[in-house]
Write a protein that binds this ligand. Structure first.
Ligand SMILES: Nc1ncnc2c1ncn2[C@@H]1O[C@H](COP(=O)(O)OP(=O)(O)OP(=O)(O)O)[C@@H](O)[C@H]1O
Ligand SMILES: [Mg+2]
Length: 278
């Protein structure tokens, strides 16, 4: 069994059931990417995996025990979550917010240490926000703020990281920077990463394990992106007619949406459209 897995989950908010009979196992040391249409339950699943949402039935297991049985600090030392949206306490500086990532490592008799300081500085350096350290979080741009939250999660120094749309608000260069950083954490430091992404092409480039969800919180396919991503699956799950070609840079699947015909949703017939199809 893997360090982080879930069995028979029913996930719901009050009256709204988001998923039933959902099981997932996050391969240890993987860079797992979850994709799926809006509102299909990706964030809900991540919240359940991080113990931010209590399942109605079923359980999440972390390192062999039900996650519900751990003390909160213990969960936070093993697993970090970057939620899809977070609100910073008003008036807090970047440096102080990132420092909050060290909270799970603080003990009654060992308060702030030089090591904490070094980890916070390094986390801000890796996410490119060191220069913003003294600025108020309220006054940052969306992309700057996103990288500050990521720095806070890094400062937590957990070997499992759950990142809900870590590239939101980022320009294309910063998106690649953040995904490269995730790849480094996975490849060089052996961390297990789980990220929700909307860009299927980035998902295929970076994921060692891809999970495709559909509305109802159902996992429709999972595995190596090169095997999982087909034109049929993308049309079935997203309702998007496309063809799949090889990414010229990495050889991973590249999803190319078909052009709409004037008459409606049917793709325009195009000479040679099949060339290079997987
Ligand atoms: N706090 C909440 N209270 C009630 N319903 C919620 C809550 N959060 C999410 N939902 C509902 O649960 C369903 C799944 O939402 P979730 O946020 O998991 O989707 P998602 O796959 O992450 O979507 P997106 O791609 O838009 O982020 C949606 O129908 C949503 O409206
Ligand atoms: Mg979401």
């Amino acid at each position: 069994m893997t360090r982080l897995h879930a069995e028979n989950l029913t996930l719901a908010y009050d009256q709204r059931t988001v998923a039933t009979d959902l099981g997932v196992a996050i391969p240890d040391g993987s860079f797992t990417v979850i994709v799926g249409p809006n509102a299909c339950g990706k964030s809900t699943l991540l919240k359940a995996l991080a113990r931010m949402l209590k399942p109605v039935t079923g359980a999440v297991y972390l390192d062999g025990s039900a996650i519900a049985e751990y003390r909160s600090k213990e969960v936070a030392r093993r697993l970090g979550l970057l939620p899809q949206t977070s609100i910073a306490p008003s008036g807090i500086t970047v440096g102080d917010l990132v420092a909050r990532g060290r909270y799970p490592h603080q003990r009654l008799l060992r308060q702030w240490s030089g090591e904490d300081e070094a980890v916070v500085t390094e986390s801000m350096r890796r996410t490119g926000v060191l220069d913003l350290s003294g600025r108020l979080v309220d006054e940052l741009s969306g992309g700057q703020r996103q990288r500050v939250w990521l720095a806070m999660v890094l400062a937590q120094q957990t070997s499992i990281l759950l990142l809900d749309e870590p590239t939101t608000f980022l320009d294309i260069a910063h998106q690649v920077e953040v995904l490269d950083l995730c790849a480094d954490l996975h490849e060089d430091e052996g961390h297990t990463l789980v990220a929700v992404l909307h860009d299927l092409n980035q998902a295929c480039r970076y994921a060692t394990h891809l999970i495709v969800m559909r509305p109802g919180g159902e996992v429709v396919a999972e595995g190596d992106p090169a095997v999982v991503i087909t034109a049929e699956l993308v049309d079935d799950v997203f309702g998007l007619p496309c063809r799949i070609i090889d990414d010229p840079e990495t050889g991973t699947p590249l999803v190319v949406p078909l052009r709409r015909s004037r008459s409606g949703r049917e793709p325009a017939a195009r000479a040679g459209a099949a060339t290079g199809n997987r």
